[in-house]
Design a protein around this ligand. Structure first.
Ligand SMILES: [Zn+2]
Length: 430
């Protein structure tokens, strides 16, 4: 299959943008990218889809989300993190059941795909249901069972049962073409040193990525200093959690030494601008992290603290917030923001097969309509159009591993009306 479009933004090392370009897809991968005339001439008889006045980009990566929390969207807005978790989130999560988790995740996968996101890094409970939902919708992802001292009834009767669940998921989904397991303790303040060490060991044993919320709020810094005598990143380093297979969500409150440590250990960090602003946690030192060599990705942090999972909104916000924080319009360019949401996302998911459109990479991409949407017209530069002008609603096609998930207003892998009806039934009980 060949897709042609006015612009192909490849995100390769030279950040090549092809005018009047084409992508040749073979199986689940990109076989060629180049001028449409060349690609079509070199592949006579190949079926061609013309996307016309559109710009094609590598699929966006939501590198931090809690997909089933669409069930809690709009519950407990306008509160600080700890009050929101304790009053609105944890009590509702204690009542969750497998079917609700699956349908919440399925609805969120549709939302991601609708706005051009093809991959995600999820952390939640009863995660086998998120695997099932992502498998059904057809997205790519890394999925970690949320490990905390709270709610053992959801994960298992005790720590052994919870770790047994992680092992079962790892076994059941190993070798899947799109879905991979992770070990994901929730945060320093909802775990203890022993539990964190056990999670670290398990991730190494299962050869899975390790992920955790870290340094999200000033309260967390105070609590970690009080309980462990160290700032959060230092505390994690003392437990040997910082390794190249680790991804840390947020990292808002860091000193220079902690930024250097994250870079030195080769960790990935996920920036969640909307969630950090909504919960008034602050704004992460993204430009400093990137300058120091930390691999930074972009995430939504899910529908309960954002409350959107539209990664195009996140691109816009990350670019603007980065400028305002540094008081420098060049501190975070449109290209920097897109890099975080694509190549940075690949680093955070520890998946070098995604993040750019090049031969051999996975055929994960989306297409923004630049012709019929007045806000995206005219297009002087497709990266600028996506980051600064688009809303995400202009997306007309989402492809994951060569398979079309969303096209011209329709979900192609799920029955949206039926899914919504079933979701509404379980959401009413959540
Ligand atoms: Zn989160």
């Amino acid at each position: 299959m060949i897709y042609t479009a006015d612009w192909i933004v490849t995100q390769d090392a030279a950040r090549t943008v092809v005018r009047d370009g084409a992508i040749l897809v073979r199986g689940d991968s990109v076989a060629a990218v180049g001028a449409a005339s060349d690609v079509v001439a070199a592949n006579p008889g190949e079926q061609t889809v013309s996307l016309g006045e559109s710009a094609v980009f590598p699929g966006l990566v939501d590198a931090h989300c809690h997909l089933p929390m669409s069930l809690l969207r709009g519950r407990g807005d306008d509160k600080p993190l700890f009050a929101w978790l304790n009053e609105d989130v944890f009590p509702r999560e204690a009542k969750l059941f497998p079917e609700a988790v699956r349908l919440g995740a399925a609805l969120s996968c549709c939302e991601l795909a609708r706005y051009g996101c093809t991959s995600f890094f999820d952390m939640y409970m009863l995660e086998e249901n998120v695997f099932a939902a992502a498998d059904e919708v057809g997205l790519r992802g890394v999925l970690g069972e949320n490990v905390t001292r709270f709610f053992p009834q959801l994960g298992g009767a005790d720590r052994d049962a919870l770790f047994g669940r992680i092992r079962r998921n790892a076994e059941a989904w190993r070798g899947h073409p799109r879905l991979r397991p992770a070990v994901a303790p929730h945060a320093p303040y909802t775990t203890d040193p022993e539990l964190l060490r056990e999670c670290r060991d398990l991730a190494l044993e299962l050869a899975c990525p390790f992920a955790m919320h870290l340094a999200e709020t000033e309260d967390e810094t105070r609590t970690t200093l009080d309980e462990h005598g160290m700032r959060p990143v230092r505390y994690c380093d003392s437990l040997e959690l910082l390794r190249p297979d680790a991804t840390f969500f947020h990292c808002v409150h860091l000193d220079a030494e902690e930024i250097a440590l994250l870079a030195e250990r080769g960790c990935a960090v996920v920036h969640n601008p909307a969630s950090n602003l909504k919960l008034a946690s602050g704004s992460a030192p993204v430009a400093e992290m990137i300058r120091s060599g930390v691999r930074v990705a972009l995430g939504t942090d899910g529908p309960a603290s954002n409350n959107s999972q539209n990664m195009v909104r996140e691109l816009w916000l990350a670019a603007l917030l980065g400028k305002a924080t540094a008081r420098d319009p060049a501190a975070m360019s449109a290209q920097n923001a897109l890099d975080m949401a694509t190549l940075g996302g690949a680093a955070a998911l520890h998946d070098p097969s995604i993040g750019s459109l090049e031969p051999g990479k996975k055929a994960d991409f989306f297409a923004i309509d630049l012709g019929s949407a007045p806000n995206a017209h005219p297009c002087a530069n497709p990266v600028s159009a996506l980051v600064y002008a688009a809303s995400g609603a202009e997306n007309r096609l989402t492809v994951v591993g060569g398979r079309e998930i969303w096209r011209d207003g329709e979900f192609l892998t799920v029955d949206w009306a039926e899914l919504r009806e079933r979701f509404d039934r379980v959401a009413a009980r959540s």
